[in-house]
Design a protein around this ligand. Structure first.
Ligand code: PBG
Length: 326
């Protein structure tokens, strides 16, 4: 045999050969669609920073979810925008609050045929925009916040959520929620922990989507993870699993493929990754300028997240990808 070998291109020669040897395949089953529902509007409202995404009315949410289900998407995660915000975020656990109403609608429509996930946090509901209640010094009070989270979990489970997804990054939140759910006879409701959630600059468009401005130009660095830390993510994940999480999430996705890969190598539980608003918006912005091919880049991003080891990807591209895969 003569060197160098001309071997590696052999299996790339035709689309059929490439399909045959593909190591990673994207499928609608991999996707979870994040959706926004807003109280007190008559028409869906486009979200400027998330092209193609809207703040739904209850009715338009039902229609959208039916379409997603028909496309084969197994799960949605719902975020609410209340008409009224207050210091505690009390609309988050109101049994007639917007997310609870929306969950009831969707459970009526689909029963157990679609997985209903509820994001659990108060930032969309507080007038100061933090993910918890503030103490006298203006810091987020961990344990006082857990009490609010417990009420929300029970309200969401009662409204029909199959999965509760706490995203506030309080210490001990998974344990508190597991206990609260079990005590209320919701022991079959699962917890998807936003375990390694970073204080990234990539949540910007989401905050526009849910009308959140953090008071005083503040940020979430005292509770979300420092973007510099990879090992610490494993501590967060192990802690959440020890507290009773059924599934864990890494968020954002693309800048943290190292974390996803490491979690995959070390753990056998389902791993979710959230391709967040800023990741989505960047692709759209570049595509609008004609600099990138939107569909090709969307596919490549989400496929890469799966290749790194995620079992499910929360992405605003869910519908677009499922349509392309159909
Ligand atoms: C908190 C929450 C956020 C996102 C999901 N849950 C925002 C934040 O932590 O500031 C961001 C999702 C995205 O950017 O797409 N409730």
């Amino acid at each position: 045999m003569t060197f160098p070998q001309r071997r590696l291109r052999r299996l790339r020669r035709t689309p059929a050969l490439r399909r045959l040897v593909a190591e990673t395949r994207l499928n609608p089953d991999d996707l979870v669609a994040p959706l926004f529902v807003r109280e007190g509007i008559d028409e869906p409202r486009p979200i400027a920073s998330l092209p193609g995404q809207v703040q739904h009315t209850r009715a338009s949410l039902r229609a959208e979810v039916k379409t997603l289900k028909d496309l084969g998407i197994p799960a949605v995660i719902v975020f609410g925008i209340p008409a009224r915000k207050d210091p505690m975020g009390s609309e988050a656990w109101n049994p007639d609050g917007i997310v609870q109403c929306a969950l009831r609608d969707l459970r009526d429509d689909h029963g157990d045929d679609l997985v209903l996930m509820a994001d659990l946090c108060v930032d969309e509901y507080t007038d100061h925009g933090h993910c918890g209640v503030l103490d006298d010094r203006g810091d987020v009070d961990n344990d006082a916040t857990l009490e609010l989270y417990e009420r929300i979990a029970v309200a969401q489970a009662d409204a029909g959520a199959h999965v509760i997804a706490p995203s506030g990054m309080m210490d001990g939140q998974v344990f508190a929620l597991r206990e609260a759910l079990d005590d209320a006879d919701f022991d079959q409701v699962a917890i998807l922990a936003y375990a390694a959630k970073y204080a990234t600059a990539l949540y910007g468009p989401f905050r526009e989507a849910v009308d959140v401005t953090i008071a005083g130009g503040g940020d979430r660095r005292t509770y979300q993870q420092d973007v510099a830390n990879g090992r610490e993510a494993m501590e967060e994940i192990r802690e959440d699993l020890a507290e009773g999480a059924d599934m864990v999430m890494v968020k954002p996705a693309l800048p943290y493929l190292d974390v996803i890969a490491r979690a995959r190598a070390e753990l056998d539980v389902p791993i979710a990754a959230y391709h967040v608003s800023g990741e989505y918006a960047m692709v759209h912005a570049a595509a609008e300028r004609g600099w990138l091919d939107l569909d090709a880049v969307a596919f490549e991003h989400v496929l890469a997240v799966k290749r790194a080891g995620a079992d499910m990807i929360l992405t605003y591209f869910a519908r677009r990808l499922a349509e392309a895969l159909a």
